[in-house]
Write a protein that binds this ligand. Sequence first.
Ligand code: ZN
Length: 1006
Amino acid sequence: MLLCRGSALSRTVARLGRRSHPGDGLLHRTLSFSSSRCRCLSSGEVRAESGSAPALYRDTVLLPRSEFPMKLTGQKLLEREVQTQQDCGFADLYSWQRERKAKKEFCLHDGPPYANGDPHVGHALNKILKDIRNRFEMLRGRQIHFLPGWDCHGLPIELKALGELGTSGLSPLQIRQKAREFAQGAIARQKAAFQRWGLMADWDQCYYTYDGAYEAAELKVFQEMHSKGLIYQDYKPVFWSPSSRTALAEAELEYNPEHVSRAIYATFPLSTLPPGMAPDGLEGGVSVLVWTTQPWTIPANQAVCYMPNAQYSVVNRADNSQLLLVATERTASVAALLGTELETVGTFTGSQLGGGICTHPTIPDKLVPLLPANHVTMAKGTGLVHTAPAHGMEDYSVASHFKLSVECIVDEDGKFTQLAGPELQNLPVMKEGTDRVISMLEDAGALVKEEQCVHSYPYDWRTKQPVVIRPSKQWFINTASLKDKAKEALQKVRVLPESARGSLLSMLDRRTYWCISRQRSWGVPIPVFYHRETGEALINKHIVSHIATLFKEKGSDCWWQLPIETLLPDNVLKKSDAGPVTDYVRGEDVLDIWFDSGASWAAVLEESDTRADAYVEGKDQIGGWFQSSLLTSVAVRNKAPYKSLMVHGFAVSEKGEKMSKSLGNVVDPDVVINGGKEPSTPAYGADVLRWWVAESNIFSEVQIGPSALNSARDSIGKLRNTLKFLLGNLQGFDPRTQAVDPKQMHYIDQYMLHQLREYSIKVTDAYSEYDAGRAIRVLQAFINRELSSFYFSIIKDRLYCDPEDSLGRRSCQTVLEEILDGVTRSISPILPHLAEEVYLHAPGHDEGETLFRSGWIKSSSVWRRPGLEEAVEGACAIRDSFLSSIPGKNAAQYDLTIAIEPGLLFELMESLQEEASSTSSQLAELMTVARVTLTCALPRDLPPDALLSHGTFLINLEGGVIREDSAYSIAAVPTAAARCPRCRRYTAESADCLCPRCQPIVSQAH
Ligand SMILES: [Zn+2]
């Protein structure tokens, strides 16, 4: 016999699990009943046939049965989800897994959403992504550390809480009370939504940035950074929002690309020519031409800057003979702008301009030096830059270098102060102030040209009003000195997608200091006292520790409630070498909320040296929380607070537009789940919302709308059907007592276990990469290809018509149960409600057990059978050839002769059918035909109606060591057998006769 010869081929086949003793396994199932006499039907029985098995046999056919509902919609769906949450202990899951023994922890540190509004679809995207990861890691046996948090302080909450009232007449404590209540309301609404979405957390253990303990931990970070000299007080230009009367950090700005400024070209007459410029021909007087988009800063001008390496020209205006100094490179565009010819009188290098002095155009006795600076650009303007150190960041660095005055001429409301002169005092700088400065320049004959300039300009993110740059005394973090360490720490962090790393690095470069003080009440007070007379700040580790202890006990309201003697007691004063407490007043600034949330690692991660496994946030946090957390952690502990960063995109409308109330395209997650008033907004339930998140391409923009949601619902519906089929066929099966050992199984069943194992490896990989979308695609391919179109279509006869307790049927059920379990577990991180609902119906476990308390997919390495793939795929190739030869016909009505020359393919097919000809072999099952005859060559006496087809199959075993291209021929002949009235296979002797397989089953049943 071929299979028994001692060749490499037979050893390979032996590895497929073939037993050496024919007849002791399923493959060799003997049909002992085949010899019994044909049981014939009465004419009445034949008439009773109604499309399926005749009524007489219907109760002997094991059709799928399950109480698992095919479809759930509307109120029933919602009730089912809420009931599942209760029955399956969603609320206790987090604490359950905290208490169990686990080797490793997985810490996903929750970035706190802002407590200022209703839950929105952006929250859903972020929180569900986190939950998918947490549930996946938890199922794999890791102990999850996940504390949901809220960012509770800050101006936006303060503004919303106060509404139209404004702060007028309210004490800081009154403002704080209102803001706290407002935040609490928002937190309660968001928390309820997060629970409904099925997030796994202990909702009684969240963190809030307004908690005393949190504030104390934050102050500890502040103190350590202060002790290291990283926090300092300075008088510097900052972004200042007149509309909210406070300093703003870069992260609190929104750039408006449509901002229109009144840009001007103005002249500064040179009163002293630079020694490097020969006076010949310049006797008439030269004026330096400058350009600015912010004319209101002209009165604060202290210098005009040039680029030392650039070329400059003195040019003569053809229309009025005025001599102007401009960069050579800008001459042509200035000429075009002025609409006149410019004749070059002389050319100089920038460095020859040193020593030149101008008179200020609107302040006659003020002299303004020409100074070299590297920030001068030739892209716009004249190559000579008007410099107002108090009102520009780069201007300020020039001032620091040359010790120029940094005199502020704008007050907190954005109006000119007395220092700007009586003509300007009290005018708002961005409006009437600008008008007046321009007219003053005109009167002085210094205005050369005015134009409208549309450019990107910073606005206050909350009030949507433009900001100004003005200096004020603020507290800063020296981020420049942290930058290199932060970059180094970031190298050890895994960033997903990797392309986000560049943005993180460039954000670190862009910010040289971080202003952390805010002139508001709703925040953590900066624990500093000021000397009543000198204004000098009193702050040290004794003071900050003492205040932190007070905050921990009483919360930060005590900063305003307690007498200063308690905040600054004698022992602390003594350690600080300070005078009596009466010399001091408490500071009135609070910390930037980015510092609040940036210190969350210190308050939330359990051990002081812990790094979270992951931070998962939207891309807006690249310049926000990702960065503030990195900077504070690097400052205090010299390492990043996270091991990996996952950066996702934003939710946008279906058309790819940003969601906004004015466009009417806002998707409310509550309406998605519970349904809205319109018929177009049905109740989808939480699992659809979760599927939508999982399926989206989260690394780019994530679109949501009716078609995305309907498609998610339909996908879940299809999955539900598959699960129902599996459950239906497992009725009455208990895997604990009836499971069949894989070695005893049909090859096709073993092959499916192999496929299930491959599936579980792929799906686990996808989740590990935060790619739930890929997990879904792998799932859908497995269901469509491996299950629905292949396995399910082949096994129905065995499941429905073989004896209930037969090895063949139990073998199949064992595999179906493993598939059900594997598929259900694989989708459970995405669809926890559906997964637990299936688990309630699934066999093999006791009441009260839940899926999430019983781990991840349990695939076994025993299932790995690469050789089987070749056997089954070889058979499938033959089947495909055969099917294409009978288009539109029913395969079950054919007898098949498969001819393969002796070789590997033949041996593989022989392992599926040992007999030369069979109606019940595994090969016949795979072909879904009446009978298969396996031979080395097609017989010569084929009937004339035989359909012939041919093909080849390349066998590839042992990783390519064994390769063999084998040809096969197929002859399909309409079967002479009749249809069995019970199983409807064409294997009966006559139409009124049961097939040999069905006879004994019916005999025993009746
Ligand atoms: Zn039958």
